[in-house]
Design a protein around this ligand. Sequence first.
Ligand code: GAR
Length: 260
Amino acid sequence: MNNIRIGALISGGGTNLQAVIDACESGRINGQMVFVGSDNPKAYGLERAKKHGIPTFITDYAEIIREFKTGRLSMPEDADINELLSRQSLFQGNIPSEKARAFVMTRAIAERKLLNQMASYPFDLLILAGFLRNLTPYFIDRVNTDSEHPRIMNIHPALLPAFPGTDGYGDTFRYGCKIGGCTVHFIDYGEDSGPIIGQRSFPIEPDDTLDTVKKKGLELEWQLYPQCIQLFAENRLKVVRKMYSLENGKTSERRSVEII
Ligand code: GAR
């Protein structure tokens, strides 16, 4: 089996990145990490990558957002703000339109830079490993050039569709859930809403704290992410569309992943 080329985007410590690098090196993933990019210049995961001789780059989102406010930056020529806003399903009408415009514009500017940097490293699969920035359709469509074969994966610290967002374990713990978990899914235009590839769960006991919940969850993430990536490498992930009849007589269409 040929090795797949894997690119990774991170924002922080990179323990998932480390788990994937180790799985590639030990042969549990038929793959090779070809780049690690970060929106955060201080992400420790960049050091992890360098230790393994993996090329790294930084797209400093915070800097881009600051510079945007000075009026010196403009949208990429091939981006249409109105079209992006209409397809971006993150806001669901609950954020003022000027704010939403500025959000999408700054992200598309950052994403153009990301795409330029990634262009030096051809890849088969892009994994988000603790990358804490939303991606817009501008970026997603330029990576997912074949809509039947998505190739951006994310790991999320909750049992989706419960608790999307930036604090999955915290939200799970504070809600008083008796079970927590993690999810690997393909990215779509929504927030943590894309087709689910794999999930793992763990019990939350009365004496657990947020720290112990995070520890239990992360240990499962380090197993689950390499397993899902290996399924991709083996070409065993098939995205299917299914129609469901609802009790109210309407139908609902959902994309999901079959493991073949
Ligand atoms: C992980 O728990 C991952 O699930 C989460 O960030 C952490 C990164 O840890 N991702 C998200 O919350 C994405 N919305 P790491 O840098 O040690 O891999």
